[in-house]
Design a protein around this ligand. Structure first.
Ligand code: NAD
Ligand code: MG
Length: 384
């Protein structure tokens, strides 16, 4: 065995206290000698971060916002700690599991430093997909997706060229309102929206899964990750969340990747790609127990956030950043009980109508569009 294979690789887990972050720590703990935790960061919740640090013994711990709790002396504080964690010499892989555009700088900095980014933070690619691609081309940094759909596509693609691909088919669970009437969806409560049928996730992505804004973010993410034009990316509803996505090749063959709805495999694969390693902890798939598998079209008129996001993706410029920021702000207000469910999508629509043609030529203009969209949604909510 040569040294390169034998060396344990350091992983920075950004957003370690969240749903993906805690999953990642479980997955890494099952691979001693292959991976170790080199850095941890979280927004708040320092008690959990502290116990994670005690268990994994990283060389760096960052806390964005201490929230009144006094953290240990050795911890780095503030938003800059994300970038610091992402660019350390002892970090080989940056697992970005931060929620929202707050994860952008860390992704870009890690790519600039030539690192692998195991990316759960899909908002990064939606806000700045072109900047991330340019950074990869310049430095040899790479993005390996953690999102289950994109992990599935990557696994189906193997080493084949994108010119062999006719179509990507991204599956969607349909969320908690898949079978609800239009009127019932409009008056859905926060509690309804947080009751996801197949996945247990952070609150923001759970709401995104109820509006289907999450699928729009994922189509844009797929466009940038795999270089496939928007017209060749489709979404189909698959309520069981067992087929994680499919790739149709030019000869008509369709490959799908399947497994139980668990993020452990996509997290592990993002660390090991293109290799596979043994992990007996990932729940096994039983085709009989998981049958039947069904597919149905998306009810586009009842989930307009999906079409709005796809249009923003096709329009390009700062439109995807506006879509993302308006959604983040609206979901934050919805989670605080200050906005109703239907107004999330109405806010996005309004922000895109007002700001969707802003230019997105560089990071400064994308951040300006992001800030303008958040302000627009907040103002609109105050006036309603
Ligand atoms: P979560 O809310 O459970 O966790 C978010 C983590 O990020 C926490 O550790 C939190 O402390 C940290 N954080 C929050 N705001 C921050 C900020 N401003 N600066 C720095 N850190 C901050 O979210 P999650 O469900 O784990 O999702 C994380 C990302 O992964 C999201 O982009 C989501 O879309 C994506 N994702 C999640 C799942 C899932 O199963 N949960 C699946 C696919 C993709
Ligand atoms: Mg997903």
């Amino acid at each position: 065995m040569n040294d390169e294979v034998a060396r344990s690789r350091g992983v920075a887990v950004l957003g370690s206290t969240g749903s993906i972050g805690t999953t990642a720590l479980r997955v890494i703990a099952r691979q001693p000698g292959r991976f170790h935790v080199a850095a941890l960061t979280a927004f708040a919740n320092s008690a959990l971060l502290e116990s994670q640090a005690t268990l994994t013994n990283p060389t760096f711990v960052g806390l964005v916002s201490p929230n009144g709790v006094k953290p240990p002396e050795s911890w780095r504080l503030g938003a800059a700690s994300l970038v610091e964690a992402a660019t350390r010499d002892d970090v080989d892989i940056v697992l970005n599991a931060v929620v929202g555009a707050a994860g952008l700088d860390a992704t870009l900095a890690a790519l600039e430093a030539g690192k692998r980014v195991a990316l759960a933070n899909k908002e990064t690619l939606v806000v700045a997909g072109e900047l991330a691609a340019a950074a990869c081309a310049r430095t040899g940094g790479e993005i390996v997706p953690v999102d289950s759909e994109h992990s599935a596509i990557l696994q189906c693609l193997g080493r084949r060229d994108r010119t062999d691909v006719r179509r990507l088919i991204i599956t969607a669970s349909g969320g908690p309102f898949r079978t609800w009437s239009s009127a019932a969806i409009r008056s859905a409560t926060l509690e309804d929206a947080l009751r996801h049928p197949t996945w247990s996730m952070g609150r923001k992505i759970t709401v995104d899964s109820a509006t289907l804004a999450n699928k729009a973010l994922e189509v844009i993410e797929a466009h940038f990750l795999f270089g496939i034009p928007y017209e060749n990316i489709e979404v189909v509803v698959h309520p069981q969340s067992v087929v994680h996505s499919m790739v149709e090749f030019v000869d008509g063959s369709v490959l799908a990747q399947m497994g139980v709805p668990s993020m452990e495999l996509p997290v592990l694969y993002a660390l090991t790609h293109p290799e596979r390693v043994r992990d007996d902890g990932v729940p096994r798939f039983d085709p009989v127990a998981h049958s039947p598998l069904t597919f149905e079209p998306v009810r586009l008129s009842d989930f307009p956030a999906l079409s709005l996001g796809l249009e923003a993706g096709r329009n390009g410029g700062a439109a995807p950043a506006v879509f993302n920021a308006a959604n983040e702000q609206a979901v934050a207000l919805f989670l605080e009980g200050k906005m109703n469910f239907a107004d999330i999508t109405a806010s996005i629509d309004s922000a895109l109508g007002q700001l969707g043609t802003m230019n997105g030529k560089d990071k400064a203009s994308l951040l300006a569009a992001d800030a303008a969209a958040r302000a627009h949604v907040s103002r609109r909510a105050e006036n309603n």
